[in-house]
Design a protein around this ligand. Sequence first.
Ligand SMILES: Nc1ncnc2c1ncn2[C@@H]1O[C@H](COP(=O)(O)OP(=O)(O)OP(=O)(O)O)[C@@H](O)[C@H]1O
Length: 612
Amino acid sequence: MRDLFVRYARADWPLFVLGVVTSVLGRFVSLAPPLVLGVAIDATFNDDVPYTLPYVPSEWLPTTQTEEVVFSVGLVVAALVGSVLFTWTNGAALSLFSNRVQHYIRVDSYEAMQRLDMAFFDDKQTGQVLAILNDDVRNLRMFLGSTVSSALQLVATVLGIAFILFTLNWQLALVTLVFVPLLAVFTYWFMRTIRPRYRALRASIGDLNTRLENNLDGMEVIKTAHTETHETDRIRETSWEYYLRTWAVAKLEYLYQPSMDLLAGLAFAVTFLLGGLWLVGGAPGPFTGTLLVGEFVTFLFMTQRFVDPLSGVGRIVNSYENARASGERIVGLVSRPVEVRDREDSVVRETVEGHVEYDDVTFSYRSDRPVVRNLSFAADAGDTIAFVGPTGAGKSTAAKLLLRLYEVDSGTIRVDGVDVRALALDSLRSNVGYVSQDVFLFDGSVAENVRYGSFDATDEEVEAAARLAEAHAFVENLPEGYETRVGERGVKLSGGQRQRIAIARAMLQNPAILVLDEATSSVDTETELLIQRGLARLTADRTTLVIAHRLSTVKDADLILVVDDGEVVERGTHDELLDHGGLYATLWNVQAGAEATEEFIAEVVARADRGT
Ligand SMILES: Nc1ncnc2c1ncn2[C@@H]1O[C@H](COP(=O)(O)OP(=O)(O)OP(=O)(O)O)[C@@H](O)[C@H]1O
């Protein structure tokens, strides 16, 4: 929390200092009226008592009764105006400060989150991350914007008042202040007890967000599967959990706040009682000396002012604990170790030729079971390498390793002879185009989505890329052509249309290496044929890794790797593999319309039983 504050408050510290100083000054100035009132009562209505103010030279002070009244009222008005001005400046400065800090923290946390490994996003629920970026950052702002200054005001007020009380009558001051340690102990207990409850509450906000998010995303599934009741039950459960955790925090607050008020009220009552007895019958018990009416009035006012902020400690502590829990979550996110990142001496390459080599590569998502095993192959610049094989065999994973979406466990992947781990991520990813299995489009226009990543491309270039991807014709038919909005995730387009936009995007990026992961799986055979024409042009002079279930799309590849359960079981060209008569030949025959053989069906069933 302190680290966060130091890191982000540095740029705007003058605003913070201005806010804090004016807040404290405002408090001090607001203490003047009761003090002046007490002095005025005693001096104006009692000839024996001179008009004196602490630290003010006597020649500045009035001498006649009328002057004393006017002077006192003038001081009170000046103090009120001063207090308003200070409060206004304090509010404006701290609000500016906290909103700026909120902005820096939000952008930084987002940036840090973006750098995290894919494995983090595979595991972490979106709702939790969103809760950090929204709620937790906002909590910090509220803490910085009002709580910090309230806390400093409180300290200033308590010290200022304690000083005045002691100056006026140290014996009575001791009575009032004896409650302070009690309040402190109670507050300490409260902080210790509420801390874990706040942590739990913050986490459950994330859980609830995640569930809501998930359900909004999956609304189509919910409706088609007719699981509305089931989902409402699950939301009810998560929301109830959130309610319980909120209540755990709230009930403690409700115990704490009135108890603080009670203790503070007791301090006031005891001061009133003793002071009153003192005035009426002289110094009670062990006390000595005299107490003037004006002094007593000031005392009561001051005690009241003293007591109010003390009972506000609860709110401050509450906000601090809430912000602390949020701060922990933000720090937890931004300081997470990242595995896939640039080394200090990473190699920068503007362009690459496109030589790709996998050398005995093994990778597993979880340590127990490798998804890619001992994969080796080499592609010269311009070659097309195809991965084929059953679903779940590890083909996509093998391709993602080239982009360093995950780091290999062992072995090496090289681009132009350089280990991808030594290559700057920027150099690597700007030279590898990737069209994934499930295309993601951003909410925006068709043109924006094609241009994504090649932001300088002209409209003509966008259109040319769309023509190559066989997307131009359907885009032209959309209500607003290239300016048509595609909806969140591209929901307003069909699967095949989305894929063609993704291909156009890759065409525009014009990378030396291209990864096509089932890039044409969602289009009909006719469109696929058309896209293939474009793809043939696209892949002709660049290295391409193609993953395909439809073998007809890869039969011209320079090398076909048949992957099964993470391992290459056959390799060669289409003709070689057909001659070989293994798994590829069987798959080809099945897809070409030949009858599925008994053995093939048996093999499929056996593989399913093995869980591969
Ligand atoms: N992010 C992930 N975290 C953990 N396991 C994963 C992850 N992605 C994939 N897997 C697992 O890794 C294995 C290989 O998945 P992969 O997507 O690479 O297969 P594939 O051959 O491309 O399959 P398909 O043809 O169905 O796309 C599967 O068993 C899958 O469950």
